[in-house]
Design a protein around this ligand. Structure first.
Ligand code: BGC
Length: 470
């Protein structure tokens, strides 16, 4: 353990080398890529359940409610992980928290793969959830604190891209193991990226902002010299800005209730909830089940439809990462959510038609794909981006933790209730409810969400101050 402990405190990070401008760009990209592995695990561990569920429900004889519990164990664990993340990441550093999450990811993956019964399975998936909560609250903030302002948008969105790749890999693994129905291997494979994340993060630098927070200016300067172009004046200026934003005295929870933080949190946590209650994970977690319900196919052909969903999700997220800085957050959100609501309405109609009408299958699959594409260009990446850039610097860690918690809490409620909701109001009614929430989301964005494109974090903070006073 001793060598690991020393790697965790090594500055500026043994994996980043060179002192040219090109090396600095590469070092930032590498740090963001390693931290984004947290997103990959987030995606894999939440996505794999869609395939594994098809097989483990018969092995463990799970009814609808218990299937919901197995699925929702991850989101509920993530609520706890995110609740812990803000304070712990301020105390022990972002990098240690990412390492801790990789460690728990590894253990959780192995234990869920060998689980002898439903209880152990649910417990290990709650542990995986804790790891995901830690990672999803810490990784985007860690990336945003390492990235230079002009590349922050795309670097943070890399996290969402990794989430979608993780989901796609989960579907592909599910598909290739479907003939044997080997759900244990499906769950166990998550241990591999966890190992990569754990080893990778040990070689990356601490967040320079966190180093300033704990009074280690020497360490912060040394990290910045590796991840910024060679310009001593700019480097000193950045250090000075970080100092100014921290104002030296200790940050307390009470600050979250000051007008600026409160206003920002209302928008961040509101979007966190809306990102989930518009139903994305009913599709991500239950895509094969939805396809089966529409009478299109069973087993591996149902998983194949899920692979299509995963591919669309990745491709459109790549487009989002490229256009986010040019088009602006608000137009993307409003347009994207409009098409989400529209495709959910059509999906509901597909389920209302008689199965032998011949149009159910293309209508259901087409609207599923359109829905995922609309999410991937709007609420998917933009929530995580805003959750890392909306809050005042002094409370960003904690506020991002709360936004993340709200997101997982809503995720938990939606995934727990989805199958029961279908039993109560039918598939059509269920998707129409999510469509209605989409309309509310558009109104929320129009009224409350500020445009942050092209603005520095200080300007965003200024916007809140002008709007609500300090
Ligand atoms: C959401 C996840 C979702 C994923 C799908 C993320 O932004 O937070 O809940 O599974 O997108 O791509």
């Amino acid at each position: 353990m001793a060598p690991i402990a020393s790697l965790l405190v090594t500055e500026p990070g043994i994996g980043i080398t060179g002192d040219s401008d090109a090396a600095a760009r590469r070092n930032v990209a590498m740090t963001a890529a390693v931290a984004a592995l947290g997103g990959l695990l987030f995606g894999y561990d939440t996505g794999i359940i869609a395939s594994a569920l098809l097989y483990l429900r018969s092995d463990f004889d799970l009814n609808d409610f218990m299937q919901g519990v197995v699925t929702a164990a991850v989101p509920i664990g993530a609520v706890f992980g995110a609740a812990l993340a803000g304070t712990l990441a301020d105390k022990y550093g972002r990098r240690k928290m990412v390492f801790a999450s990789a460690f728990v990811f590894f253990i959780g993956s192995v234990v869920s793969a060998v689980a002898p019964d439903t209880t152990i399975l649910v417990i290990s998936r709650v542990a995986l959830g804790v790891a995901i909560g830690l990672a999803s609250a810490t990784c985007p903030v860690y990336i945003s604190e390492v990235a230079p302002p002009d590349r922050r948008g795309s670097m943070v969105s890399l996290f969402q891209l990794a989430v979608t790749v993780g989901i796609l890999v989960a579907y592909l693994v599910g598909l290739s193991l479907s003939s044997g129905g080997d759900w244990r291997l499906m769950l166990g494979i998550g241990a591999l990226p966890a190992l990569l994340l754990g080893i990778g993060i040990l070689r990356m630098p601490q967040s320079p902002r966190w180093l300033v927070m704990i009074g280690d200016d020497f360490g912060a300067r040394s990290v910045l010299s590796k991840i910024r172009p060679r310009d001593d004046k700019a480097l000193e200026q950045e250090l000075e800005d970080i100092h100014a934003s921290l104002q030296e005295d200790k940050v307390s929870w009470r600050e979250l209730f000051k007008p600026v933080a409160r206003a920002a949190l209302f928008v961040g946590a509101g979007l966190a909830i809306l990102q989930q209650v518009t139903g994305i994970n009913t599709v991500i977690y239950y895509a094969p089940t939805i396809v089966e319900m529409a009478g299109i196919g069973t087993g591996s052909s149902a998983i194949l439809a899920a692979v299509g969903v995963g591919i669309v999700n990745v491709i459109v997220t790549i487009i989002a990462v490229r256009v986010i800085n040019h088009v602006g957050r608000r137009p993307l959100l409003i347009g994207g959510v409009f098409f989400m609501a529209l495709s959910l309405t059509v999906l509901g109609i597909a389920f209302a038609l008689p199965e032998d009408s011949g149009v159910v299958a293309p209508l259901a699959v087409g609207s599923l794909m359109a829905y995922v594409a609309a999410f991937a260009i709007s609420l998917g990446p933009i929530f995580w981006l805003l959750n890392a850039e909306l809050y005042p610097l002094r409370v960003r860690g904690r506020a991002a933790g709360i936004g993340t918690m709200a997101n997982w809490m809503a995720n938990f409620i939606v995934s727990l209730t989805f199958l029961s909701l279908i039993a109560a109001v039918g598939a059509s009614g269920t998707f129409w409810i999510y469509a209605g929430v989409g309309v509310l989301t558009i109104l929320f964005v129009l009224r409350f969400v500020p445009e942050t494109r092209g603005q520095s974090l200080e300007q965003i903070e200024q916007h809140w101050q002008e709007k609500v006073g300090s």
